[in-house]
Write a protein that binds this ligand. Structure first.
Ligand code: CAA
Length: 389
């Protein structure tokens, strides 16, 4: 198999045979397993349970986790390649995958104890169960240090009370990583991250959100009323919870950047194909310069987004600082996704505005990539802070 080579600022983007085969497997899976039924799942906001189960079998739910803990032991570049391919077709499936990989499995492997890894990471990484990451609250979205959820220290357990909002995998998850305030005087250094099992008394699933896009992913509020969480379920030292959330999100943003890239590329590929099929004024619409210019600009911006996403992934794999690169990739790729999907609808004309041509769904799906795992405005803040760090 041929390898794709790209050089950027001394970085080698020579994809290995293994990375190319992951890309191909994800592409095949998206076409064969995710595309059928996608309009119906979007209309009905139906969780793709069977497809997620198969993603687990294929090793997509714990891609970067060591095989010792049930994962696939792959690098971040492989992960973004798979995310891109799956997102071209089904961004609902890819957000389920991204949260499980980046926000749940990665954090547990990086900071969990051996006991936590064996008990929780192994079933999560092998796709037997899925996880949720609970940081956002009704009054704490971008302002993530303002945690109203409390985790009162009761000696050998924490007593958790509060509400978490917009939680991806809210209903379908078996395990939630919950960020909560233990000592308010210590501000963000008094926050803890706790592993909370579904079924723990007082832990209930609240309202399901009726969303604009990524409708087949289940997004719920989660409610905690006097939930007792054993001390051994705390991740890291006392007060490490906010740092845990931030460093986990640094990697999460690479996953969402890859999702945004995939959405843009999926809309572009559909548009390129359509432009060679549809005729107007006696010729293919591709032969009209107005359409060529749109496609040329889409291809250029998507390639630029791809370079940023691969660069962030490669930096993470090389254990170099990737905070700014991840924020840049997420900011740029999500802006490109929103713009490119809007152009795709325009190229498709009236057909673009109806569901069976897929681009209107991708346009709706694109919007969230500018909002979750840090809005575009938060990414600019992160980038700016890194400029003078
Ligand atoms: N990486 C590592 N540590 C970081 C960090 C980063 N990117 N950003 C901040 N920190 C650390 C700081 O070093 C600081 O620690 P110390 O005081 O110990 O040094 C601490 O966190 C607090 O940082 P700040 O003083 O900068 O806090 P702030 O309130 O001014 O700003 C923020 C923090 C960057 C705005 C942060 O609140 C943030 O990222 N907000 C966005 C939250 C977000 O991304 N939410 C997504 C929810 S999850 C989701 O969306 C999942 C889904 O559905 C798919």
């Amino acid at each position: 198999m041929a390898s794709a080579t790209l050089e950027l600022q001394g970085m080698n983007f020579n994809l290995s045979e293994e990375q190319l085969s992951v890309q191909e497997a994800a592409r095949d899976f998206a076409q064969n397993e995710l595309l059928p039924g996608i309009v119906e799942r979007d209309n009905e906001a139906k969780f793709p349970a069977e497809q997620v189960r198969k993603m687990g079998e294929l090793g997509f739910m714990g891609m970067m986790v060591s095989p010792e803990y049930g994962g696939s032991g792959m690098d971040t570049v492989s992960y973004v390649l798979a995310m891109e391919e799956i997102s071209k077709v089904d961004p609902s499936a890819s957000v389920i995958m991204s949260v499980n990989n980046s926000l749940v499995c990665w954090g547990l492997e990086a900071y969990g104890t051996e006991e936590q890894k064996h008990k929780y990471l192994t079933p999560l990484a092998s796709g037997q169960i899925i996880g949720a990451f609970c940081l956002s609250e009704p009054e704490a979205g971008s302002d993530a240090t303002s945690q109203a959820t409390t985790a009162e220290d009761k000696g050998d357990y924490y007593l958790v009370n509060g509400t978490k909002n917009w939680i991806t995998n809210g209903n379908s998850s078996s395990v939630a990583l919950v960020i909560a305030q233990t000592d308010r005087d210590k501000k963000h250094r008094g926050i803890n991250a706790l592993i909370v099992e579904k079924g723990t008394p007082g832990f209930t699933v609240g309202k399901k959100e009726d969303k604009m896009g990524i409708r087949a992913s289940d997004t719920h509020s989660l409610l905690f009323t006097d939930v007792k969480v054993p001390k051994e379920n705390r991740i890291g030292d006392d007060g490490f919870g906010f740092k845990f959330a931030m460093s986990t999100l640094n990697g999460g943003r690479i996953g969402i950047a890859a999702q945004a890239l995939g959405i843009a590329a999926g809309a572009y590929e559909l548009s390129l194909k359509y432009s060679q099929e549809r005729k107007a004024f006696g010729r293919q619409i591709f032969d009209h310069q107005a359409i060529q210019f749109k496609l040329a600009e889409m291809a250029t911006k998507i390639e630029a987004a791809r370079l940023l996403v691969y660069k962030a992934a490669r930096l993470k794999d090389e254990h170099k600082d990737y905070v700014q690169a991840a924020a840049m990739a997420k900011l740029f790729a999500s802006e490109v996704a929103m713009w490119a999907t809007t152009e795709a609808v325009q190229i498709h004309g009236g057909y673009g505005y109806v569901k069976e041509y897929h681009v209107e769904r991708l346009m709706r799906d694109a919007k969230i990539t500018q909002i979750y795992e840090g809005t575009s405005e938060i990414q600019k803040l992160v980038i700016a802070r890194e400029l003078i760090r």
